[in-house]
Design a protein around this ligand. Structure first.
Ligand code: ADP
Ligand code: MG
Length: 297
């Protein structure tokens, strides 16, 4: 992977790499910071393992660019699996530096997320090719989300059958389908959704919000679809949801909708990575039980 990152830089900037450091690593591949002797002198190279993952991330970045939010500049791609972008001199918000100004960063980041969600599409749905950059294929969010949730449910049911989760997990989620039209309202418009907006994908320094990174399954949806992620991975310290709500009031049944979005998305993620039910997943399930009780008792 390191070799690929070096080759990518040499080819795109016609210069050899002076030094290379790994700054991120996950199941997808690795991110490197490369230094070299030609402008812009430094870049981040994300090297993907999976086929097609780089092209998708590049497409999702181009969707976010339409919203005018803060992003690393995408310099180029190389081969099938290297994305070369501006190196952001900071850390992700899950690892705040000492003296971190949580209040200031929280306000700035929330304002940028509101800006993202004010970008309107012509319909709801996933962005899977260039034809989706103006909007998705669905005219209704309920129809679009029912499709998403149904697919998630099948995976979750299979994971429960395989013994990864208790049968109570899919049983609980069935309640959501029974009350679907009472829980989910139609948002005012299809909003641009980053897809993985947790603290690890928000770059900061000690005094400022810098940008968002790492879009996954970027789509046109209910703007409230991804808000639950803002408090994950240490995000709560920045009061992102409170700051967001001050700029863009939440809908009356936000707590219930959000508990549903979170329970389905988290259980799907566990099923995808083969992680067994644990305290974290139980927290999302318990939160959904409480929200359903509150609204339907
Ligand atoms: N352009 C960049 N500049 C500086 N650091 C980055 C950049 N892109 C990613 N990183 C760092 O690498 C980590 C992983 O990158 P990311 O794109 O979020 O991949 P993933 O979450 O899929 O592992 C980030 O949390 C961040 O700390
Ligand atoms: Mg990430």
């Amino acid at each position: 992977m390191e070799e690929q990152a070096k080759q990518a830089i040499s080819s795109v900037f016609s210069t050899s790499v002076n030094s290379l450091f790994r700054v991120g690593e996950g199941a997808y591949g690795s991110v490197y910071c490369a230094n070299f002797s030609a402008p812009p002198f430094r870049a981040a190279v994300k090297v993907f393992r999976g086929n097609g993952d780089m092209a998708k991330e590049k497409l999702w970045y181009s969707a976010l660019e339409k919203a005018g939010v803060k992003l690393p500049q995408i310099y180029s791609s190389y081969g099938d699996n290297c994305l070369i972008m501006e190196y952001i001199c900071g850390v992700n918000a899950s690892k705040p530096p000492s003296g971190c100004n949580f209040a200031r960063i929280g306000k700035q980041a929330a304002a940028d997320i509101v800006k993202l969600h004010s970008c309107r599409g012509t319909g709801y749905g996933v962005i899977s090719d260039k034809g989706d950059l103006e909007g998705g294929r669905y005219s209704s969010w309920r129809e679009c989300y029912k499709n998403i949730a149904s697919r998630q449910y099948l995976k979750i049911e299979n994971a429960a059958r395989a013994g990864l989760f208790s049968k109570d997990v899919p049983l609980l989620l069935e309640n959501v389908f029974l009350r679907f039209d009472n829980i989910f309202d139609e948002p005012q418009y299809p909003a641009l959704i980053h897809g993985d907006l947790n603290a690890e994908n928000i770059m900061i320094n000690s005094g400022a919000y810098l940008c968002m990174i790492d879009p996954i399954n970027t789509m046109w949806g209910d703007p409230e679809y991804e808000l639950f992620q803002l408090s994950e991975n240490g995000g709560a310290r920045y009061a992102l949801i409170e700051n967001y709500a001050a700029l863009r009031p939440l809908s009356p049944n936000y707590p219930l909708k959000s508990a549903c979005y979170a329970a389905f998305a988290e259980a799907e993620w566990y099923a995808d990575i083969g992680r067994a039910q644990d305290a974290l997943l139980n927290r999302f399930m318990a939160n959904l039980v409480l929200a359903l009780d509150k609204y339907f008792s």
